[in-house]
Design a protein around this ligand. Structure first.
Ligand code: ACM
Length: 264
């Protein structure tokens, strides 16, 4: 069994120092094996253009990620942290998957850009991938927020062997509540959404982030859920090995029963 936490809070737009301090304080207070933070939680969300996002961004090999890497290695914890990532003049809406073994540390760049993100970020070019930790006997895949609306995201991660899909988010609707349990059930994986709370008002438009972070079991049942507008940390125990047999009765196996030649 391993312990998994989601962290729900309100990052402050434009105050990276305060947000990063908060992330470190939360980590220092938790003994969970895996800790998941929201999308773009080092910078805040509502950038108006590419220049702003680039100015706030960090490279994957920056001190911001380096300090978290050292903490991960010292504390034997896995962290998932949404951040604005610059690389070769582009900026991506990324999530760092920081593993105690630095050789496994990876970055996922959001594939499907939501709403005005298209004016700020480049489309992710990493694709969906899974990182396997022998230390914790778990395979983890990352998708970010609006990626949920494409069942291909979670299906790809599950087919690549994910036991756990983590979804750092800045969700501003409620419709995702319909889909998340289905994504867990249809893939027989654990699914953890770390959403943020609070509002951001930029360029005359206000976005309200809807909280209700949640962790779903591989049967689609909710294991833990945060409130709509409160700071909250959820912690559950999961057994990754239970996701690997894709049978759900004597005759049916959700992967073996697939008919890819009949699909688009
Ligand atoms: C979202 O993708 N931030 C809704």
């Amino acid at each position: 069994m391993i312990t998994l936490s989601t962290v729900q809070f309100a990052p402050i737009f434009g105050d990276k120092d305060a947000n990063i301090l908060k992330i470190h304080e939360v980590i220092d207070s938790l003994h969970s094996n895996i800790i998941i933070f929201p999308e773009l939680c080092t910078t805040g969300y509502f950038f108006l253009n590419n220049d702003e996002a680039l100015a706030a961004s960090d490279q994957f090999d920056s001190d911001v990620i380096g300090a978290l890497q050292r903490k991960s290695t010292q504390r034997h914890q896995i962290y998932v942290i949404g951040f604005a990532e610059s690389d070769e003049g582009k900026v991506y809406n990324s999530a760092a998957l920081i593993m105690p073994n630095p050789a496994l540390t990876s970055v996922y760049r959001k594939t499907h850009l939501f709403y005005k993100e298209r004016f700020c970020f480049s489309e992710g070019n990493t694709g969906f991938f899974v990182v396997k930790s022998d230390e914790f006997d778990i395979s983890i895949g990352v998708m970010i927020c609006y990626d949920w609306r494409f069942p291909e995201s979670s299906r790809t991660l599950a087919l690549k062997g994910a036991d756990l899909i983590v979804c750092p988010s800045n969700l501003v609707t409620d419709v995702w509540h319909i889909a998340m349990p289905a994504r867990a059930l249809e893939n027989k994986v654990y699914l953890a959404v770390a959403n943020r709370i609070g509002t951001e008002n930029r360029g005359g438009e206000e976005l309200q982030f809807k909280g209700e972070s949640g962790i779903w079991g591989y049967n689609g049942k909710i294991m833990a859920k945060s409130g709509v507008d409160e700071e909250s940390i959820l912690t559950v125990e999961i057994d990754p090995a239970l996701t690997r047999n894709k049978k759900f009765n004597e005759f049916n196996d959700i992967f073996a029963d697939r008919r890819p030649d009949k699909y688009l």
